[in-house]
Design a binder for this molecule. Structure first.
Ligand code: FEO
Length: 396
């Protein structure tokens, strides 16, 4: 049983999942685990905001029972219907059948269908408020951040924003707040979360932040549904979101490649040397032994992606396919891409990669770096030059 008071009479009653290694099925790696944050407001009308992933339902109930009999819960706010936040609802609603669910219009039918249920619900929309005693719940719909049903809950009396997935991170921690943990780890996970989940919705992220700024509300704490709670510096994650959403780049290149007999690897290494000589920060990944979610997190603030593969059956190597599939869906903004390849006879990998990267919205460099068979010292020097030229073409 665990609980933490995050504001007077407002408790974190969520669960820490130290052992999850993949989220959304196999689509998102969670090396550092995750948390499912749920918040209990002990006011005249006791209110729970969001629940937890299904396997943790009894832990959530134990945490709630440490503070209140669930039969006294008046409201359960469902900011988002995805299972990691709504999965505990069947067990919770069995223990609290009197509770009224507050959710968006898109969430209501999804809950009915997802749980084959008919729980009491009140639909809320942007601008609606519900008084729970000393406090008010104020709602802001946030469609496609990141599902159509998503919404934020704001409590003006506590200057507390509870935005569900937004501003979250998949990380398991024993502490709850940003001033209690290693922020390098937290920001890395926040960036990975943004890159792999929110990136396609960047224009909506900017619009939503602008909308909230124009509402002129005070926020001194952001309590997302995953990871740590921003109490020391909520502006840090808001500014990071603005930068990621705008496609703000560092002077940074990410090299992503795979290799068959080491020739493409040697080219990757030589291009890497040229880019470093040219003053770029460079990350280098052999995709067949790398985690694609981690690599995508590096691409998000790279100005340049350099991709390489030998040719097999007129195609690039399959280890690059899932990464390219992800890029086509995520569509990072304001990025250059350059290509390299070694091949034995027919070639073709660079053309195929070019097609995919163009479709993903990358600005392709015209010149590619291609060698036949194994690269000799002259060709490796050409690769270094290629790296130097790519670095020299960097613009902010
Ligand atoms: Fe969209 Fe954390 O679920």
């Amino acid at each position: 049983m665990m609980k933490t008071e995050i504001k007077k009479d407002i408790y974190w009653v969520g669960c820490v999942d130290w052992n999850i290694r993949y989220f959304h099925g196999p689509t998102y790696s969670t090396h550092r685990g995750s948390t499912y944050n749920s918040y209990l407001i002990m006011d005249e009308e006791p209110t729970l905001i969001d629940t937890v992933y299904t396997p943790f339902a009894s832990d959530l109930l134990a945490n709630i029972r440490a503070l209140i009999d669930p039969k006294k819960l008046k409201y359960i706010v469902v900011n988002h219907v995805e299972m990691d936040h709504s999965g505990a609802l069947p067990e919770l609603m069995a223990a609290a059948p009197q509770a009224l669910i507050l959710c968006s219009a898109k969430a209501a039918p999804a809950l009915d269908k997802q749980f084959n249920s008919n729980w009491k619900k009140q639909i809320v929309k942007t601008g609606d408020t519900v008084s729970i005693g000393k406090r008010t719940l104020s709602f802001v719909e946030a469609p496609m951040l990141h599902w159509p049903d998503s919404m934020f809950t704001y409590i003006p009396e506590d200057k507390l924003l509870v935005p569900n997935d937004a501003f979250g991170q998949h990380i398991a921690t024993s502490a709850r707040f940003d001033d209690e943990v290693d922020m390098v780890e937290v920001m890395q996970e926040a960036k990975k979360y943004y890159a792999n989940i929110l990136l396609p919705f960047s224009p909506l992220v900017l619009k939503k932040i602008d909308e909230i700024v124009k509402m002129n509300i005070e926020i001194d704490m952001i309590a997302p549904s995953h990871g740590i709670i921003w109490r020391q510096d909520p502006g840090k994650i808001i500014n990071a979101y603005i930068n990621w959403a705008k496609g703000t780049n560092r002077k940074k290149a990410t090299i992503v490649y795979d290799t068959m007999w080491d020739s493409t690897h040697k080219m990757a290494q030589a291009i890497y040397e040229g880019l470093v000589e040219g003053g770029m920060e460079v990350k280098l990944y052999r995709m067949s032994i790398s985690d694609r979610n981690d690599v995508i997190a590096e691409v998000i603030d790279s100005e340049l992606l350099v991709m390489g593969s030998p040719t097999i059956n007129r195609e690039f190597l399959p280890a690059l396919s899932a990464f390219l599939d992800d890029l086509m869906g995520l569509k990072p903004r304001k990025k250059r891409a350059a290509l390299f390849s070694s091949s034995g006879w027919s070639g073709g990998a660079t053309g195929k990669m070019a097609n995919r990267l163009t479709e993903a919205g990358f600005n392709l460099q015209e010149e590619t770096m291609e060698v036949m068979w194994a690269p000799g010292e002259n060709e490796l020097e050409q690769c270094r030059n290629y790296g130097r030229q790519l670095a020299a073409a960097y613009t902010e």
